[in-house]
Design a protein around this ligand. Structure first.
Ligand code: SF4
Length: 420
C-alpha cells in the first residue's frame, strides 16, 4: 500500500506524523509525496491561527477532490474547532487521538516494493514527544480547548526510543511537547528527564524545543550549561513587549521577569522567541515598545505572528481589535526590523568557533546547524564531513531566500569522548 501524510502546524504534529509514518513503513507500506497515488491519506491539521485552520480545511478538500478512492484520515486540532465539523463531511475518518492504534488495521495489507532509485538522504534528527496538552489558557490560544488534557510520557519509553534511534544513526534529538516545561511523570520533572537522557552513551546532541519563560529554572540553565551534548539554544516565547499586553494575554510572567531570565542566559544560551503583533488593544506605544524589543539584540530571531482571532478564546471577546491595514503595516515594520536584528546578531559570531552537525551536502557545500541553532554553510573541501559533528570558524553572514546563516570554514572534528 502507498500512503501519504500532510502535516500542518507545530512540532507535536510533526512528531505524531513521523510516528504514523514509521509505523506504516514498518508494516512494509511505502510513503508517497503524491496524494493521487496514495491508498491511504492522513491529514494532521492545525488550528493555531485562522490561516492554519483554513489551510487544514483546504488540504482536506484537496484530498477529497483529487483522490476519491483513497481512505482519508483527518486528525489534529482543526477537528475540534468551533465552526468546522469535519465529522459531518462524508468520506472522512476523523480521529481525535489513537491514530497509531487505528493504523494497526493496515498491518496485514499487502506490502509495497520500493522503486529502485529511492532517495538515500539520511534523516539524522528526530523529534521525541515527551508531553502533550496544556492548561495555561493563554487568552489568544485555542490549544487547551482542542488538545487532550495535559499528560507526560513515561521516561522509560523516552529512553528506549532515543537508544533505539541512536542505533539507527540518529544524531540529534529534539524534545517536543505542547508545554514541555510542565513535564512531570510520577515525580520526574523535566530536569530529571534531562539527567536520565544524559546517562545514555553515544554521539548525539539534545535540543529542548519551545519552553515557557516561567518554567526555565536556574537548575535547568545550570544543567544545560554543564552538558556539552545539550544545545545552547532555547526558544522561549515572550509574545508581547509590555506588561499590559502580557496581562491581557493571561501570560504567567512580566517583562521584568523575562528580562531577569535573559540576564541569566546572555552570552551563554542563545534565545529565539515568538511575538504576537496586533493583539487586541495594542496601542501605538505598545507597538513602539515591540519594535524596541526586536532591535534590542537580545534575541537571535523572532517568530512573528499577526494576532489571529480564534472563536471560543477569551481574547476573541476583548474589544479594540486592530484593523487589517494597521495589522499589515505593523507586521511589515516588525519583519523588516527582525531581518536587520538577525543579521546584526549573527555578525557578532564572525571569528567565533561554532559546533555544527553537518546534515546536507548540496552544490559544493555542506550545510548544518550549530549548537545555537544557526544555519551554517561550509565550502566542501578536505575530509568527508557529512553527518559528522565538527568545529567551524565563522567568517561571514549569508542571506538566502529561505534563511540567513553563517558562512564558516572547517576546523576539526569534535571528539565526543571529551564530552563524557
Ligand atoms: S502555553 Fe499558552 S500559548 Fe502555549 S499552548 Fe499553552 S495556552 Fe497555548
Amino acid at each position: 500500500m502507498k500512503f501519504h501524510i500532510t502535516t500542518l502546524g507545530c512540532k507535536v504534529n510533526q512528531y505524531e506524523s513521523e510516528q504514523a509514518k514509521d509505523l506504516l513503513v514498518s508494516y512494509g507500506h511505502l510513503y508517497t509525496k503524491n496524494i493521487e497515488q496514495a491508498t491511504l491519506v492522513i491529514i494532521n491539521t492545525c488550528s493555531v491561527t485562522h490561516i492554519a485552520d483554513r489551510k487544514s480545511r483546504q488540504q482536506i478538500s484537496k484530498a477529497l477532490h483529487i483522490n476519491e478512492k483513497a481512505r482519508i484520515i483527518v486528525t489534529g486540532c482543526t477537528i475540534e474547532n468551533k465552526g468546522f465539523d469535519a465529522r459531518s463531511i462524508p468520506g472522512l475518518m476523523v480521529l481525535k487521538d489513537n491514530l497509531l492504534k487505528e493504523l494497526e488495521q493496515f498491518s496485514s495489507l499487502p506490502q509495497e516494493v520500493p522503486p529502485a532509485e529511492t532517495s538515500n538522504k539520511r534523516n539524522i534528527r528526530k523529534m521525541i514527544m515527551i508531553q502533550n496538552g496544556c492548561n495555561y489558557y493563554c487568552s489568544y490560544c485555542i490549544i487547551p480547548y482542542v488538545r487532550s488534557k495535559k499528560y507526560s510520557i513515561n521516561p522509560e519509553q523516552i529512553i528506549e526510543k532515543i537508544s533505539k534511534s541512536l542505533d539507527s544513526g540518529i544524531k540529534e534529538f529534539v524534545l517536543t511537547g505542547i508545554n514541555l516545561g510542565t513535564y512531570d511523570y510520577a515525580e520526574a520533572s523535566l530536569l530529571d528527564l534531562l539527567k536520565r537522557i544524559m546517562q545514555i552513551k553515544g554521539e548525539f546532541r539534545l535540543r529542548i524545543s519551545s519552553i515557557e519563560p516561567n518554567l526555565v529554572s536556574d537548575e535547568i540553565i545550570e544543567y544545560i550549561l554543564e552538558n556539552p551534548r545539550i544545545a545552547k539554544h532555547l526558544h522561549i516565547p515572550i509574545q508581547a513587549a509590555t506588561d499590559s499586553l502580557l496581562s491581557k494575554m493571561n501570560r504567567k510572567y512580566t517583562i521584568d521577569n523575562y528580562n531577569d531570565l535573559l540576564d541569566k542566559l546572555q552570552n551563554k544560551i542563545v534565545v529565539t522567541t515568538d511575538l504576537i503583533i496586533g493583539f487586541p488593544g495594542e496601542t501605538q506605544d505598545d507597538f513602539a515598545q515591540t519594535i524596541r524589543l526586536i532591535s534590542s539584540n537580545k534575541f537571535m530571531d523572532f517568530h512573528l505572528f499577526p494576532y489571529s482571532k480564534r472563536v471560543g478564546t477569551k481574547a476573541s471577546e476583548i474589544t479594540g481589535h486592530i484593523s487589517s491595514e494597521n495589522m499589515k503595516e505593523r507586521m511589515k515594520q516588525a519583519l523588516v526590523e527582525n531581518v536587520s536584528n538577525r543579521s546584526n546578531y549573527l555578525s557578532c559570531y564572525k571569528g567565533e568557533i561554532l559546533e555544527v552537525l553537518v546534515e546536507q551536502e548540496k552544490d559544493g557545500h555542506y550545510y548544518g546547524f550549530s549548537d545555537e541553532y544557526i544555519k551554517v554553510k561550509i565550502q566542501k573541501k578536505g575530509p568527508e564531513l557529512i553527518y559528522k559533528f565538527i568545529k567551524v570558524r565563522a567568517y561571514d553572514v549569508f542571506e538566502d531566500t529561505k534563511a540567513s546563516g553563517i558562512l564558516g570554514e572547517f576546523v576539526e572534528l569534535i571528539a565526543f569522548a571529551d564530552y563524557k
